[in-house]
Design a protein around this ligand. Structure first.
Ligand code: HEM
Length: 168
């Protein structure tokens, strides 16, 4: 089903246009994708470490002020990642490592949403010097594991090619 969609997407005008720009567009997007993930994991990772109980001298609200930068990093990754997928859909839709990356992205996103809706207020009220409750540590641990999982699956895309696209 996904390969049918990939083959349709591959022939759309937007995919064809991107395929013709691939010589310069691909390395530019790879660079931006890398910068985006460094920004995202750098900032969100520091926040997660504070929630885990590191850097207790720093108030959680102060670390949170940097989070818009993590969002900028994620947006860069989303845009450049979509360019990759729209250019060469079958290469990804037919690779199980890609679906692992998507699953981990969904877990990381859902975890961030749960943090924002359920725990953000409670976290912001924790003063400098105080430890965090177990629930916040669990959210932070899942965040670190899932974002690093996304990073690992992304890096492994060209190396672990399992699935119908293995012969591409
Ligand atoms: C938000 C949506 C995202 C999409 C749609 C996406 C999509 C992709 C695609 C299609 C590739 C393969 C590029 C290639 O074949 O050369 C890729 C590579 C990669 N992605 Fe993502 N990605 C996203 C987010 C992320 C995030 C959040 C991270 C890190 C936390 C990440 C880490 C990586 C890494 C490390 C690579 C390998 C880069 C390289 O080999 O130079 N991606 N991504």
């Amino acid at each position: 089903m996904f390969l049918g969609f990939a083959s349709w997407l591959h022939k759309t005008p937007i995919s064809l246009a991107l395929q013709h720009q691939v010589a310069w567009l691909w390395p530019v997007c790879e660079t931006l994708h890398f910068a985006g993930l460094a920004l995202l994991i750098g900032v969100a990772g520091m926040f997660d470490l504070r929630l885990l109980g590191f850097m207790k001298r720093v108030p959680i609200g102060v670390v949170k002020e940097l989070m818009p930068l993590a969002l900028v990093g994620f947006t860069l990754n989303l845009l450049t990642g979509l360019i990759f997928v729209i250019s060469q859909p079958a290469q990804y839709f037919g690779n199980y490592t890609w679906w692992l990356k998507v699953t981990l992205l969904l877990i990381a996103g859902l975890n961030a949403l749960i943090f924002e809706t359920v725990y953000a207020g409670r976290a912001a009220s924790i003063p400098a010097g105080d430890d965090t409750p177990f629930a916040l540590k669990a959210v932070a641990a899942l965040s670190l594991i899932s974002w690093f999982g996304v990073l690992w699956a992304g890096r492994m895309l060209p190396f672990i090619k399992l699935g119908p696209a293995a012969t591409l």
